[in-house]
Design a protein around this ligand. Structure first.
Ligand code: CTP
Length: 413
């Protein structure tokens, strides 16, 4: 049967992305009925929304014609999913407080269907304790939140978490929820009830607005671990540097570019029960990246770059005290020689519980390839695994985590 969503468009500069979102959903055969909040109408018009959705657009609770024809109760009941994008700080507050003073909030109160909320706002508004409290409340109420992405804001010079995810990500989350997959429903499996945080991919450290320092990490191993943890029933947050591989299913993905953004996103995603740090974070960034493109001038010397050390995300989190340190912290080590010896040193120096040591010597073909030779280094010994695919490494690592969690649960009883 054809799936239908109600899309509530709040007032934010990101509302324009919803026009494309409607088109993409329609292409996939998903019916879209739009509710525009009063603030939303300031950013997109009922005319353009109606033309794209090919449905009447609902704007006012006391629009008697619309009430007679469909009514806000039917509007919410006839949908398979309610999506709020962009959700403003005000809309989140209304939802958390159970207000019903306009059509959008009334539909949200009247529905018995799953709700997906994609907040977008100024980073300071997002980080405000009131907004964070409201988001936690909504999560506790069973509403799925897609975290805003870190990046440049519409306001000049402002960066931070607050951007609406791009349309393909919104489409994926909507399709996933319409399919009744783990994101909405209660999860099952050995990691059910746990929050697993995974970092993956490289980081890009800008030299100037068009150039950057990067590395060859593909993100395949980290993404495979995130997918395996989700399959085992965990709620997974994947913080990923720039990669070209698809998002794993059933995982909340936060996209970042630099090591500094990675640290910020990881810190925000805590607390977690397990932290898996598979990202190939650049060890250095350019000390004073140019605000403008560096030009070459005939006869002048080539510019020299001076580098400063990036924060070590694994070490920062592993050495944390109290609830900010996940009870199980797993790092990765990329080594080209003396693999287990160097990994054991890293285990100590970074304060991790386990290190998954990869042999990345050029002969191994690991970087960018599909297979991996790893050793699991823990304080009480080393386990060497045979050559296997990155998906198999991920599945085996998740199985080891599940064993560890089960033992810990037993010991706690
Ligand atoms: N790591 C991190 N933040 C950094 C550098 C590394 O979180 N700034 C994490 C990686 O995600 C990985 C582990 O630390 O889990 C080991 O990374 P690796 O690059 O192998 O080690 P380095 O600490 O960079 O040491 P070296 O390059 O000297 O081998």
């Amino acid at each position: 049967m054809k799936k239908r969503i109600v899309l509530i468009i709040g007032g934010g500069i990101a509302a324009y992305k919803c026009l494309d979102l409607i088109r993409r959903l329609k292409e996939r055969g998903i019916g879209v009925r739009v509710v525009l909040t009063r603030a939303g109408e300031q950013f997109v018009t009922p005319l353009s929304v109606g033309a794209l959705s090919n449905e009447p657009v609902f704007t006012n609770l006391f629009d008697l014609d619309a009430e007679r024809e469909i009514g806000h109760i039917r509007l919410s009941r006839e949908a398979d999913l309610i999506v709020v994008a962009p959700a403003t700080a005000d809309l989140l507050a209304k939802m958390a407080g159970g207000h019903a003073d306009d059509l959008a909030s009334t539909v949200l109160m009247a529905t018995d269907k799953p709700v997906l909320v994609a907040p977008a706002m100024n980073p300071r508004m997002w980080m405000h304790p009131a907004t964070q409290r409201n988001v936690r409340q909504l999560e506790a109420d069973g509403i799925r939140i897609i975290e805003p992405r870190v990046g440049e804001m519409a306001e000049r010079g402002e960066t931070g978490p607050g951007r609406l995810p791009e349309v393909p990500e919104l489409v994926a989350a909507i399709e996933e929820m319409l399919a009744g997959s783990p994101a909405g429903a209660a999860r099952e499996g050995p990691l059910a009830g746990l929050h697993v945080l995974v970092t993956s991919g490289p980081t890009h450290e800008p030299i100037d607005p068009v150039r950057y320092i990067a590395n060859r990490s593909s993100g395949k191993q980290g993404h495979a671990v995130a997918a395996a943890a989700a399959k085992a029933g965990a709620r997974v947050t994947l913080v990923s540097g720039p990669v070209t591989i698809p998002d794993p299913a059933g995982v909340d993905v936060v996209r970042v570019q630099t090591a500094a953004e990675l640290l910020e996103a990881v810190t925000r995603a805590l607390p977690a029960d397990v932290g898996i740090f598979a990202a190939a974070v650049a060890d250095w960034r350019v000390a004073n990246a140019g605000e403008q493109k560096i030009k070459k001038t005939a006869g002048a010397r080539a510019p020299s770059l001076s580098l400063v050390e990036n924060p070590d995300i694994l070490k920062t989190i592993a050495s944390g005290k109290g609830p900010s340190r996940p009870p199980l912290v797993i790092g990765f080590a990329a080594e080209t020689e003396n693999v287990t010896e160097y990994a054991a040193r890293k285990l100590k120096s970074k304060g991790a519980d386990w290190i998954v040591a990869n042999d990345v010597s050029p002969a191994s073909g690991v970087m960018g390839g599909d297979a991996n030779t790893v050793h699991l280094v823990a304080r009480d010994g080393v386990e060497s695994w045979p050559l296997m695919s990155k998906a198999e490494v991920a599945a085996r690592l998740v199985a080891r985590i599940a064993e560890h969690v089960a033992q810990r649960r037993e010991a706690a009883q």
